[in-house]
Design a protein around this ligand. Structure first.
Ligand code: TXA
Ligand code: MG
Length: 316
């Protein structure tokens, strides 16, 4: 039974009343609140158990909205917006600070913007925006890519705008401008290679450090199931006597494995990303304590995102 599936109109009304609702995006589900309501924003941090120094993404219904908030426009901003919006790209922009609540941007002088592509959410954003929407999971857990995941973390009474399974299944890629060059602050659904086609160069991956985090969320333990993950690219050589649970690929064989969770074939990064969080959540649902992950896959394109998420999930 799905008690709290809501429609776009109901979502809008709840948001106007300062409530928090879950919304589908093409990446992962978000926990949305109206960005100009301080109580609602505060509530988002409370519901997720999210530290206040981790800022939120402002979801907008069109690029002009983002430009209205921008204190200055980093070179290439409009090119990125016109190439990838609506879509799985989040852009960090210096903002007119009086226009964005300090809690939203964790007191930074910048804010992150994204125009999602998912049709229901885009329609909702035409009616009420900007919405802040962190991923709809308890802080630290794998993101939610299906309404069931949201219900698992926040209860069956939680209002969810049902968009079925999210297309990409991993979060948006976040970019930030540094000395006139765009850098990737978080790998995500949009690949570095795709960005390079518009930028004319391959954007570097920004290096986070504790003194100057480019993306505060990147320093936190994240995307992790309760199960211990053992990442391995020499699975069988290291295989202990007692055969493990394996997260692996459909075109590989894992003789004798006690249980196998398949991501996709090793050539299908899109499907592997789409299934990743679902598989991680399945481990916990089945109370599995430890799983071995087959890391023998490519290091390019979307695989890079899959790899990064697995490293984070394994707390490495
Ligand atoms: O795909 C997504 O981006 C999803 C969907 C729901 O849109 N949202 C999402 O939000 O992943 P969240 O809150 O789970 O992750 C937002 C990330 C955090 O790592 C945060 O540190 C970073 O964005 N961020 C937000 N504002 C920033 C800023 N001004 N500078 C650098 N990083 C920022
Ligand atoms: Mg998140």
């Amino acid at each position: 039974m799905s008690q709290m599936k809501i429609n776009i109109e109901q979502a809008k009304e709840l948001l106007q009343q300062g409530k928090v609702v879950a919304i589908p995006t093409e990446t992962v589900y978000g926990l949305a609140a109206y960005s100009e309501n301080p109580e609602a924003v505060k509530n988002i941090f409370a519901i997720k158990g999210r530290p206040s120094h981790n800022p939120l993404i402002l979801h907008v219904g069109n690029p002009e909205e983002c430009l209205r908030y921008a204190a200055s426009q980093p070179m290439g901003l409009e090119a990125l917006m016109s190439a990838f919006w609506p879509g799985p790209l989040t852009i960090v922009v210096p903002v007119k600070q009086q226009l964005v609540l300090p809690a939203v941007r964790a007191n930074l002088a910048t804010a992150a913007f994204r125009m999602p592509k998912q049709s229901q959410t885009l329609e909702l954003l035409q009616q009420i925006s900007p919405l802040v929407a962190p991923s709809a999971n308890l802080s630290g857990s794998p993101s939610a890519t299906k309404p069931e995941h949201v219900e698992h973390d926040f209860g069956t009474d939680f209002p969810v705008l049902d968009g079925g399974a999210c297309q990409h299944g991993v979060e948006s890629t976040i970019v930030i401008s540094h000395n006139g060059m765009w850098q990737v602050a978080r790998l995500g659904a949009l690949t570095q290679e795709c960005l390079a086609e518009t930028l004319g160069y391959l954007p570097a991956i920004a290096v986070a450090n504790r003194d100057a985090p480019v993306c505060p969320g990147q320093l936190l333990a994240h995307y992790a199931p309760k199960a211990r993950l053992v990442l391995s690219d020499s699975l069988f050589a290291e295989c202990p006597k007692q055969l493990p649970v394996v997260i692996g690929f459909a075109n590989r064989s894992y003789p004798g494995a006690e249980r196998i969770f398949l991501l996709a074939e090793t050539e299908d990064a899109e499907l592997a990303a789409h299934r990743l969080y679902h598989v991680l959540r399945q481990l916990d649902q089945e109370n599995i304590k430890e799983a071995w992950v087959d890391m023998r896959f490519s290091d390019t394109g979307l695989w890079k995102t899959v790899k990064e998420r697995l490293f984070r999930a394994a707390n490495q």
